[in-house]
Design a protein around this ligand. Structure first.
Ligand SMILES: *Cc1c(COP(=O)(O)O)cnc(C)c1O
Length: 426
């Protein structure tokens, strides 16, 4: 088949149709009634039916991973499910609901908007905002019962005063900087800080926490220093008559590696989504990635030998391959730096991604030479491809892509949810 910009899925030629479309019809405007389609019938066209690429989220994997973490925690230690950044790209509302039903008692978000989204979805559990928002967001915190992290006296006082004016409490968690030097009151100034704001009757310290910079690292010196500073600060607060509320510091790596960090509550992020925080935990914990990335082939070309593929043409055909196009690009999180350095899973085989990944599409090659080891593949428009996932015996994991890119699963998971619709499996 020659190059034809208007070739459709079934190989029809739409070029006449497009040419003959009268302008009045083509530009009839946004009214769906004009063409006779009801809003309901349009809404019923699902994401993967609108564009042949989607992300699947296996909620049973998330449930399983939470149970793995919970079994690790001491009885009585609460679990806080970290669902910031749209639950690391997995969908905040869906993940929050499954996490709460699987035994999490609290949720954590990064931004006020993320908290509001959960409340609007009817979620009633305590929600901690993991940093101190600007004071201008205080009405939203109070209205939606979002608990801020606090570490400046200016915010604390403004928050307490606003709560007082509305006759409500101003609950907060005190964030301590024990050495990561990102946010928080420096550990050795914590007692003084609490004294400074404690005159305010509406303020209520529901928790005290810190965050580890190196809980996932092989080197443990800095981790132990942070932990010691945190414990000593909590002890000093208690000695000064300050109730620290729920004391928490563990992220996924600390939950799995350091039981002494569990305390009153532990904050589970990346491992809830099925990823090991570090190589050390592999083999000890059975975590299952919840996310897989899917597409369908939108075009199959058979370029003659030495013809290039994609922008820059830094890949050239050997003449015995089919080039398959899928509608996933770097705007969908398929990072351009992966170009020519990864594979996709097609019909149980690994097939090399070739040519530069474009903004919205990319290509992979299917070797058409006969192999002794496997049957010849016969790719067609509409066939399903996995960019991330397993189809025995072939598999590509988010971690595989991270190894190529020198990044962590957190970043790639967020990226894959940028534009692709999500399909939930239970
Ligand atoms: C993101 C975050 C977590 C979760 O970390 P993971 O490594 O993904 O488990 C916990 N605590 C704070 C303060 C965070 O910002």
């Amino acid at each position: 088949m020659g190059f034809n910009a208007f070739s459709g899925a079934a190989g029809q030629d739409f070029s006449d149709l497009l040419r003959n479309t009268p302008p009045s019809r083509a530009y009839a405007g946004a009214s769906s009634e004009a063409a006779g389609f009801s809003d309901e019938s349009l809404e019923s066209v699902t994401g993967p039916e609108r564009r042949w690429s989607w992300v699947e989220i296996d909620l049973s994997a998330i449930r399983h991973n939470i149970q793995v973490a919970k079994r690790r925690l001491a009885p009585g230690c609460r679990l806080m499910a970290v669902v910031k950044a749209n639950a690391y790209g997995h969908g905040a509302v869906q993940v929050a609901k499954i996490a709460l039903s699987a035994g999490a008692s609290q949720l954590a978000v990064a931004t006020v908007n993320e908290g509001v989204q959960l409340r609007r979805a009817g979620i009633d559990a305590p929600i901690l905002v993991l940093s101190e928002p600007p004071a201008s967001a205080i009405p939203l915190l109070l209205h939606h019962r979002l608990t801020p992290s606090v570490y400046t006296p200016e915010f604390a006082i403004a928050y307490g005063e606003a709560a007082d004016r509305h006759g409500v409490r101003a609950p907060f968690h005190l964030a301590l900087n024990t050495g990561m030097n990102r946010i928080g009151v420096r550990f050795d100034e914590a007692v003084e800080f609490v004294r400074q704001i404690s005159f305010h009757r509406a303020l209520e310290q529901l928790g005290t926490f810190t965050h580890f910079a190196t809980a996932d690292c092989a080197e443990t010196l800095d981790f132990h220093m942070q932990l010691r500073r945190f414990k000593e600060t909590v002890a000093a607060m208690r000695a000064a008559g300050i109730d620290p509320g729920l004391v928490h510091c563990a992220n996924s790596a600390a939950i799995l590696r350091y039981p002494e960090t569990h305390m009153d509550m532990a904050r589970l992020g990346i491992s809830m989504y099925g990823f090991h925080p570090c190589p050390e935990t592999r083999g000890y914990f059975d975590l299952r990635p919840a996310m897989s990335v899917h597409a369908r082939i939108t075009a199959v070309n058979t370029p003659p030998m030495s013809e290039g593929v994609s922008y820059g043409m830094n890949y050239r055909s050997t003449g015995s391959v089919k080039i398959c196009t899928i509608p996933v690009g770097y705007a969908d999180g398929y990072v351009r730096a992966l170009s020519g350095r990864t594979s996709v899973v097609y019909a149980g085989h690994l097939c090399r991604q070739v040519g530069n990944i474009c903004m919205d599409q990319c290509m992979f090659e299917v070797d058409m030479r006969s192999h002794a080891t496997h049957r010849r593949l016969d790719p067609h428009v509409g066939d399903e491809v996995l960019l991330v996932g397993a189809q025995s015996p072939a598999a590509v994991s988010i971690e595989d892509l991270c190894d190529v890119l020198g990044t962590i699963p957190h970043e790639l998971c967020c990226a894959f949810s940028l534009r692709m619709p999500k399909v939930y499996l239970r």
